[in-house]
Structures are given as structure tokens and as C-alpha cells.
Write a protein that binds this ligand. Structure first.
Ligand code: TXA
Ligand code: MG
Length: 328
């Protein structure tokens, strides 16, 4: 649903009260989490959830993550198993999403799970997300607060740039601490990795005793639509593992090198993850004629998630023409 104005709410008791009132009214409110900003609405309200899909231009076949403030609060939405319990206790609240068999009495809008028999659950640790979820006492469905297929927002300003006029309000706090989306583990059978993210695979391995395999669906069917290559796309072309800059390109560096912007001059993967989307937003807005070149990023720890997002961005590189016409 289009709205004339989008309210800018501070992370104060008054701001929380307004956000909760809007959620109770079925409106869409963007809010910070430690990974990226989310576009939240009451997960039990069909019309509210439909508004999320409309605001994002998101295909209705792509299910949403349900957010709640504690393990106790998400327990009733799914059937649990011992591995899910271990991961939840190890990493919640935090940047982990678990996909579990949907409980028939979950009372979530069918739109949230896009008609599936599984549900994605997350307990974020960001203090503002915690305060809002505790105050509203409802499950909140929330995808990343970007237009479908575009770069995720790590600041409230990123959200406003594309969502202003499309949603009821934005609760503004600082930049997201992690800067990349949650790690998603599917647990309807043996654990599988649906999306690398804020919890490194090595940490998951340490809890489970083995590494969940990347899941590509049966017969090649995509299970998490976020696995599609066309996600996280800047409007200009992007090239990974670049060791030299080509004419017209801007270089997004990693490590002690000369470049336009540096993900982390000291080669720190957590710093690089936190800066990735902000750097992509900035370089994309500058519309470099030759596109964006990115230095090699080591493929371990958070580097795996960074490379995953860069690979998807590179696969769906925009065109110069689109760049010139798209609003900023
Ligand atoms: O860090 C995050 O996870 C952020 C913050 C706001 O929580 N949210 C986020 O949501 O990244 P979204 O919608 O942008 O990405 C969630 C991914 C999508 O690729 C979706 O297809 C997948 O999770 N997903 C959701 N429910 C699923 C399910 N039942 N089975 C498989 N994949 C699912
Ligand atoms: Mg997203």
C-alpha cells in the first residue's frame, strides 16, 4: 500500500509506542536489527503482510522470516528437534534464522510462509528490535527493507531512500552492527545451509559437530528464493576478485591497497561485512561508467557470506541505461 508520508521515529519510548500502534493497525514499519534493517508487519494479519510484499515489490512465492524476542516466544510456530534447540540456545538472540516444519496451530498468515509447510524463525539481538518485539507481543514478519532484488539496507537512510512514501514509518537507530543478513539453516530433515550470513559456518559446525551442506533443492528447485542469483544487485555491473582496475571502473578494496573505497584496510572480515552494503550503495549511486570492481575477499568466516552476496550481485549486474533512469 502506498502512503503519503513515512514517519521517522526515534528509538525512544514514544517512538516505540508509535511503532507498536502502527503495527497493531496493520501498517508496515521498518526497524533496525543487528544484521540489516527489516520491513516489519504483524505476521498474523493477512492485510498487513500483503502490504510488505507490495512495498517491496516482492513476489508472493518468496516467504518471510518471523521475528520474536525470545526462544519461548517463537516455540509455538514450529515443530522443534534437538539440533534446532542446540542452535537456538547457542546463537539466539542473534543473526541466525532457523527454517522448521510449520506448526498447524501457528496462526500465521499463509502469505508469510508462501503456502509452504515450513516457517523461518529469528530472534534478533538488536536492543531496538528487542524493545519493539517485547512491546508489541505479536510475531513480526520482516524481510530486509529494500526493494526486491536490490542491495539490503544497513542504515535508516538506506531504507528511506527507497521506502519513503511506501511504508508507514521507519524506526531509526545507527548503522547495523553486522551489516549482512542472518545465516539461514534448514532443519526439516538433516541441517542444511540455505544462506551464509552473520553467524559463520565454522561456529555452526562447532555446535552441531559437522558442517551443514549447502542446499540447492530437489531436482535443482530453489528452496530459499534468496538463493536466486538475481539478489543484492547494484544498478551498475560488478566484478569480483579484481586485482587490477579497468578503465571507468571504481575499485572496492580489501586490505592495504589503493582504492576508491575500502571494505577494511586492515583486512578484517567483520569490518568488511559491516561496510559492504554501505559501500555498494555509495558506489552504485555514483554510477561509475565501468561499474564496480571488488578486490578478492578471503572465503572463510564472514568472508563466505560476503563472497556469496558479491557473487549474486555480479550475476545480476545492472546496465548503464537503468542506472541513469533509476531514482536515487
Ligand atoms: O538478517 C535477516 O535475516 C533479515 C532481518 C530483517 O531479519 N531478514 C532477511 O529477510 O534477510 P529476507 O526476506 O530478505 O530474506 C529471507 C530469506 C529469503 O531468501 C526467503 O526466501 C528465505 O529467507 N525464507 C523464508 N522463509 C523460508 C522458508 N520457509 N523456507 C525456505 N526459505 C525461506
Ligand atoms: Mg532480502
Amino acid at each position: 500500500m502506498q502512503q503519503d508520508t513515512t514517519e521517522w521515529l526515534e528509538a525512544t519510548p514514544a517512538g516505540y509506542a508509535r511503532a507498536v500502534a502502527l503495527w497493531q493497525d496493520g501498517a508496515v514499519v521498518a526497524f533496525p536489527t543487528e544484521t540489516v534493517y527489516g520491513l516489519g508487519a504483524d505476521a498474523g494479519n493477512d492485510r498487513a503482510v500483503a502490504r510488505i510484499f507490495a512495498a517491496k515489490n516482492r513476489p508472493q512465492a518468496n516467504p518471510l522470516i518471523v521475528h520474536a524476542p525470545s526462544i519461548a516466544a517463537v516455540r509455538r510456530y514450529a515443530y522443534w528437534n534437538p539440533q534446532a534447540e542446540r542452535l537456538a540456545h547457542a546463537f539466539w538472540p542473534g543473526p541466525l534464522t532457523l527454517v522448521l516444519p510449520l506448526h498447524p496451530q501457528a496462526e500465521l498468515s499463509p502469505l508469510v510462509v508462501a503456502g509452504r509447510k515450513t516457517v523461518a524463525l529469528r530472534v534478533p539481538r538488536h536492543p531496538v528490535a528487542q524493545a519493539l518485539l517485547r512491546a508489541v507481543q505479536r510475531p513480526i514478519a520482516a524481510p530486509s527493507a529494500n526493494l526486491s532484488g536490490r542491495v539490503s539496507p544497513s542504515t535508516a537512510a538506506h531504507v528511506a531512500a527507497t521506502m519513503k512514501g511506501r511504508i508507514a514509518a521507519i524506526v531509526a537507530a545507527g548503522a547495523a552492527e553486522i551489516g549482512l543478513e542472518s545465516t539461514i539453516i534448514g532443519l526439516w530433515e538433516a541441517p542444511v545451509l540455505l544462506r551464509p550470513g552473520g553467524i559463520p559456518l565454522e561456529a555452526i559446525q562447532a555446535v552441531l559437530g559437522y558442517t551443514p551442506r549447502p542446499y540447492h533443492g530437489e531436482g535443482g528447485a530453489v528452496v530459499a528464493p534468496g538463493q536466486l542469483p538475481c539478489h543484492y544487485a547494484p544498478k551498475v555491473p560488478l566484478r569480483m576478485n579484481a586485482r587490477k582496475v579497468r578503465p571507468g571502473e571504481v575499485l572496492l578494496g580489501f586490505g592495504a591497497i589503493e582504492c576508491h573505497l575500502n571494505l577494511s584496510a586492515r583486512g578484517d572480515l567483520a569490518e568488511a561485512a559491516a561496510k559492504l552494503y554501505t559501500c555498494l550503495h555509495r558506489l552504485d549511486a555514483a554510477c561509475p561508467a565501468g561499474g564496480i570492481a571488488v578486490s578478492p575477499v578471503p572465503n572463510h568466516g564472514l568472508g563466505r557470506a560476503i563472497n556469496d552476496r558479491l557473487r549474486r550481485a555480479a550475476a545480476s549486474a545492472g546496465t548503464r541505461a537503468e542506472c541513469q533512469t533509476a531514482p536515487e
